[in-house]
Design a protein around this ligand. Structure first.
Ligand code: DX5
Ligand code: ZN
Length: 219
């Protein structure tokens, strides 16, 4: 089953609570929260206090994508604030295995994110330890960028690797996904789809989420 996680990076920040209620009513499965520190990526966004406040308005799980240096210093705070899934970037973690164990110790789902240029080998030896791999299909930092086509092959290779290990973990893909390319992304093996600008720029939120689901591969 394909899950849709709207990225609130493209929401109206002056009324974030209402925006989240809107996507919940429209049938979203999770809320994707993009945390940026101005170092790992050239943008600044949301911190733990905002996550904590937003937790009060929705029952949807929080999928927190940490695009920050030194994520170990902030994992506990985001966990306490209400994150359900915590993604850290392989490129930002010196002791990735340790970071993953900490997230799991806190009772949260642990995920590792990979930038478009980072090879799958960066997660090969932690695949047995994670709940999800997040494949970036744009260079992180901003919403509304174009899907990098070459990443589709990377998703396929990851899917094969997971199957060859006989493990069951989610493949999330993030960046530039719309109703036109969601089929290829899901056919390649992704089951959790992040979508920011496509969902928040649509007139009718329920309709666009429905269209994304309908266009996804159902094999
Ligand atoms: C990019 C973020 C994405 C982004 C997705 O750095 O991680 O979550 O907001 O937005 P769209 O779907 O507009 O590419
Ligand atoms: Zn993201």
């Amino acid at each position: 089953m394909i899950k849709i996680a709207p990225s609130i990076l493209s929401a109206d920040f002056s009324k974030l609570g209402e925006e989240i209620v809107r996507i919940e009513k429209a049938g979203a499965d999770l809320v994707h929260i993009d945390v940026m520190d101005g170092h790992f990526v050239p943008n600044l966004t949301i911190g733990p206090p905002v996550v904590k406040s937003l937790k009060k308005v929705t029952g949807l799980p929080f999928d927190v994508h940490l695009m920050i240096d030194n994520p170990d210093s902030y994992i506990d705070a985001f966990s306490e604030a209400g994150a359900d899934i915590i993604s850290v970037h392989a490129e930002a973690c010196i002791h990735l295995h340790r970071t993953i164990q900490r997230i799991k110790q806190l009772g949260k789902k642990a995920a590792v994110a990979l930038n478009p240029a980072t090879p799958l080998s960066a997660v090969e030896w932690v695949l047995d330890d994670v709940d999800m791999i997040l494949i970036m299909s744009v260079n992180p930092g901003f919403g509304g960028q174009k899907y990098i086509e070459g990443v589709t092959r990377k998703i396929e290779l990851l899917k094969n690797l997971i199957e060859s290990r006989d493990i069951n973990i989610d493949i999330e893909v993030d960046g530039g996904i719309d109703t036109g390319n969601i089929y290829d992304v899901t056919k390649a093996g992704a089951n959790l789809i992040v979508s920011g600008s496509t969902i928040f720029s649509a007139e009718d939120t329920s309709k666009i989420i429905k269209e994304l689901r309908e266009n996804a591969c159902r094999e």
